[in-house]
Ligand binder design. Structure first.
Ligand SMILES: Cc1cc2nc3c(=O)[nH]c(=O)nc-3n(C[C@H](O)[C@H](O)[C@H](O)COP(=O)(O)OP(=O)(O)OC[C@H]3O[C@@H](n4cnc5c(N)ncnc54)[C@H](O)[C@@H]3O)c2cc1C
Length: 383
């Protein structure tokens, strides 16, 4: 097994790191502290790099990137600003679903504005009563002539209140269970629905929203895929999604390590840099060991996606380990900073808060363990 980045991947990573340091990180600190929502101008700065439409072939107007390369880009964005990373990768997910399952007309209408970050996408699966068990969607879609009428509530939706297009999962027939779930593209300026943002622990510059549909009428031409294909569509990108979350959080872990090393060499106590004390060195060593292990697991999973090899086990292992390890790494980064680590003078308290939700996204840690258990034992803990 050869674990080396190609020359091109190294160049992309290098270019992005410099760009993030110069253009994005200074904004991240200011916006997060002042709780300002990321503007379209900031999103637009990412347009040339291919953060949205990454894996869509160039001839279809995308960037034609492989999964490993995209994940490396996501790591650099995650290192810079968790909130921006989550906004952009959710929009990329919706863009890929439209590319994969959309009609010619839907592709023509939505792909270019999304790829150029003129539109922002949201992915609305979770509901007040529907979380880990995605197959029990309660939002109803009733056919009415050339339209569907949506009724129901989605919650914890990234970009929910600001997205131009929301990919909403609703059931056309509750009796059919998972087989009734259907995907719809709901456009902000053409449909009527209510949104409210939910205050949260971190990532203050992005929104998660409740989205309420009350007799929300959308044209049948906005159905994505066939009736009953919704769950298949929602779960179609899960392995890639888990790799993306893993690399996003690895970016945060890298930021923690960088900050801890910087602080340990600058801060002096007992007449010496604290980094010269063995216990601080041990702490930083453990952080780097876990970061490296997470990166290797994630690299393996992403390269399996690129090779078309089945990788549910490896993607879940990578996602589970990277998200859990990053919480330990961020916690240690705060400890290395002493009391200042708990203040907003240094970014490490933000890294911890920004990473915290990622043990929930794309399947919680418990669900990852059940998937891994099922792969290893051949026995499913799910009913
Ligand atoms: C910041 C943020 C952004 C989000 N963005 C989106 C988004 O854009 N779109 C979207 O659709 N959703 C989004 N979500 C929702 C997220 O996907 C859900 O939180 C996640 O799927 C878990 O669902 P839940 O919160 O309802 O928890 P539940 O499913 O109610 O789980 C609660 C607890 O029970 C555990 N549990 C559940 N089932 C089992 C089981 N069988 N065995 C053992 N333990 C179990 C879980 O692991 C968890 O610890 C977001 C959440 C957050 C926090």
């Amino acid at each position: 097994m050869f674990l080396e980045l190609t020359e091109e991947q190294r160049m992309i990573k290098d270019t992005l790191r410099k760009f993030m340091d110069r253009e994005i990180i200074p904004l991240a600190n200011e916006y997060e502290q002042e709780r300002k929502i990321i503007t379209r101008d900031i999103l637009k700065k990412l347009e040339p790099f291919g953060y949205v439409g990454a894996e869509i072939p160039e001839e279809a107007g995308g960037f034609g990137l492989d999964t490993v390369t995209y994940c490396l880009m996501v790591e650099e964005l995650g290192r810079a600003w968790g909130a921006l990373r989550t906004m952009v990768t959710v929009s990329n997910l919706v863009t890929s679903l439209i590319y994969k399952f959309g009609t010619k007309e839907q592709r023509e209408r939505f792909l270019q504005p999304l790829i150029h970050l003129d539109y922002l996408g949201a992915f609305a699966l979770t509901e007040p009563n529907v979380g880990s068990d995605a197959s029990s969607v309660e939002t109803i879609a009733r056919r009415d002539g050339d339209d569907y009428i949506l009724n129901g509530t989605k919650t914890l939706i990234t970009n929910g209140s600001i997205a131009d297009v929301i990919c909403v999962f609703a059931t056309v027939d509750r009796q059919k269970g998972a087989k009734g779930i259907t995907a719809f593209l709901v456009e902000k300026d053409k449909a009527t629905y209510l949104t409210s943002d939910i205050p949260k622990m971190g990532m203050h510059s992005s929104v998660v929203s409740e989205v309420v549909f009350e007799d929300c009428r959308i044209p049948a031409s906005n159905r994505l895929g066939e009736e009953g294909e919704g769950l298949k569509i929602a779960l179609s990108g899960l392995n890639v999604g888990r790799c993306i979350v893993a690399f996003g959080v690895i970016g945060i872990a890298q930021a923690c390590v960088d900050a801890a090393i910087r602080y340990a060499t600058e801060r002096r106590q007992f007449g010496r840099p604290i980094g010269s004390f063995q216990l601080i060195q041990a702490t930083i060593t453990d952080m780097v060991m876990e970061l490296d292990a997470a990166r290797l697991l994630a690299f393996r999973a992403a390269s399996m996606v690129d090779r078309g090899v089945k990788c549910s086990l490896e993607a879940s292992l990578a996602k589970l380990y990277a998200t859990e390890a990053t919480l330990r790494i961020a916690n240690k980064a705060i400890q290395v900073h002493g009391g200042y680590g708990y203040t907003q003078e240094y970014p490490v308290e933000r890294y911890f808060r920004d990473a915290r939700h990622l043990t929930m996204a794309e399947g919680t840690s418990e669900i990852q363990r059940l998937i891994i258990g099922r792969e290893l034992l051949g026995l499913s803990a799910f009913v």
